[in-house]
Design a protein around this ligand. Structure first.
Ligand code: UD1
Ligand code: MG
Length: 453
């Protein structure tokens, strides 16, 4: 969680998120789509926060409570402003007028640019040490559609939107990334003078450059790598942003000391924490909220979310760890084991084919293949407590709520419906009966009728 109320010297961030996102072809607002498990909006908020923003204002479209709610969920003190009509980027910024008043500086970003680094934004904000406006630019491989930065004698004189540009201006490859820093002393005076006299009849934030120049105010450009300013407008760009973010996260994980055997097959979340010498085998998915301590091994084809994994523990192959899983040190959770809201003490084992949900498993306990904690009765969830050193025989159903004492045994194939004291054996199945000669008699009775193969 991020606190956005700090000293006044820090820039006020304005995140523009009122766009319609039509090209996403989705019921979900564009900025609520996720990259590395975190919404585009949360990425934008994270980057301005890490860049040192004090107040954070998010501008949302009408009837977009869900977007405001996501912003507040991620950064509770976010101020949400509604742009009632979509009349351009300057119009959107002015929807946050209340946040602009009294701010020492503004840092404006788009909500759909998840790869923008905090350091880049810091450099942009630092541009205000020498200028009234700082614009983030980049060299576009294909500048089509972007606003062009028109530089004369080494100085930015205007930004021209594609639709309003001359053929000559369209050849310029230095483009507007969208992020901008504005000195608070000039911000409102400049923004209020922007008009909609252009091809789209929108209030363009980019017009602020020419207006500042007319007032003899200095404008500077800071350049970013194209990859960083990549915007998400459709599902294909969403996938491209995901790929770029994954590459970045894998790099960071490996620099932090984790071993990714086949990095390109490992899917990480923005908040995945991998300790030193953690080994991640090929084809592993880390959903949000996973922490893995030093030296643990995550074997292939495992899917983890909301889980913490202790040092030296082995998970998988083919394990599914769901929210609320906490594994201690040197635990074994093997193939086709699913865990949910389950705490395993050190050295506990569930090596094969088990469901362990809403449970605590004591140190060194051993859960046999085919064990199921029956945690749901169709109405509510109930807990299973397994004491330390307990041994759960294979193919047992533990019907919660139920406690298995420390050091106790559960006989294989049991359905356990009542608590088992420490060091006792619980048997919850009918005794085996052998009927001598029964099979031979059957064969005699059926004679040569045997069918099948
Ligand atoms: C904008 C820039 C362009 C730049 C490009 C980079 C302007 C006028 N143009 O163009 O120079 O090269 O981004 O991607 O700024 N938004 C609102 N309310 C509005 C309009 C837009 O909140 O009324 C938000 C959108 O949600 C989006 C951002 O502002 O996050 C940019 O709007 P968009 O329509 O995508 O601008 P572009 O035409 O791409
Ligand atoms: Mg755009």
């Amino acid at each position: 969680m991020i606190d956005s109320t700090k000293g006044r010297a820090e820039p006020t961030a304005i995140v523009l998120a009122a766009g319609e996102g039509t090209r996403m072809a989705s019921r979900i607002p564009k900025v609520l789509h996720r990259v590395a498990g975190r919404s585009l909006l949360a990425h934008a908020i994270a980057s301005v926060t890490d860049a040192g923003a004090g107040r954070i204002a998010v501008v949302v479209g009408p009837d977009r409570e869900d977007v405001g709610a996501e912003a507040r969920r991620y950064a509770p003190r976010t101020e949400v402003f509604v742009q009632t009509e979509r009349r351009g980027t300057a119009h959107a910024v002015l929807a946050a007028r209340q946040a602009i008043e009294g701010s020492s500086s503004l840092l404006i970003v788009f909500g759909d640019t998840p790869l923008l680094r905090a350091d880049t934004l810091k450099a942009l904000a630092d541009g205000l040490k020498e200028a009234a406006v700082a614009v983030l630019g980049f060299r576009a491989a294909d500048p089509t559609g972007y606003g062009r930065l028109l530089v004369r004698n080494g100085e930015l004189v205007a930004i021209r939107e594609e639709r309003d540009a001359s053929d000559e201006e369209r050849k310029v490859d230095l483009c507007n990334a969208g992020a901008m820093a504005i000195d608070g002393r000039n911000a409102l005076a400049l923004l209020d003078r922007i008009t909609d006299s252009n091809a789209k009849r929108e209030f363009y934030l980019t017009d602020i450059v020419a207006l500042a120049r007319a007032d003899k105010l200095k404008v500077v450009v800071r350049e970013a790598a194209e990859e960083e300013v990549m915007g998400v407008n459709d599902k294909s760009q969403l996938a491209a942003a995901e790929a770029a973010m994954q590459a970045r996260l894998r790099e960071a994980a490996m620099r932090g000391g984790a071993i990714l055997v086949a990095p390109e097959t490992v899917h990480l979340s923005d908040d995945t924490k991998l300790g030193r010498d953690v080994i991640v085998e090929p084809y592993v998915v880390f959903g949000p909220g996973v922490t893995v301590e030093e030296g643990a091994v995550i074997h292939s084809f495992s899917h983890l979310e909301g889980a913490s994994i202790g040092a030296g523990t082995h998970v998988g192959p083919f394990a599914r760890l769901r929210a609320g899983t906490k594994l201690g040190k040197d635990v074994r959770v093997g193939n086709f084991v699913e865990t949910k809201a389950a705490e395993f003490g050190d050295n506990a084992k569930a090596n094969h084919l088990a469901y362990v949900g809403d449970s605590t498993v004591g140190n060194g306990a051993n859960i046999g293949a085919g064990t199921i904690t029956c945690n749901y009765d169709g109405f509510g969830k109930h807990r299973t407590e397994i004491g330390s050193g307990a041994f759960i025989g294979s193919n047992s159903a533990l019907v919660a709520p139920v406690k298995i004492g420390a050091g106790a045994y559960v006989a294989s194939g049991s359905v356990i419906t009542s608590n088992i004291p420490d060091d006792a054996l619980g048997v919850g199945r009918s005794r085996q009966v052998n009927k001598d000669g029964w099979a031979r008699d059957l064969r005699a009775l059926k004679g040569g009728q045997k069918g099948g193969d």
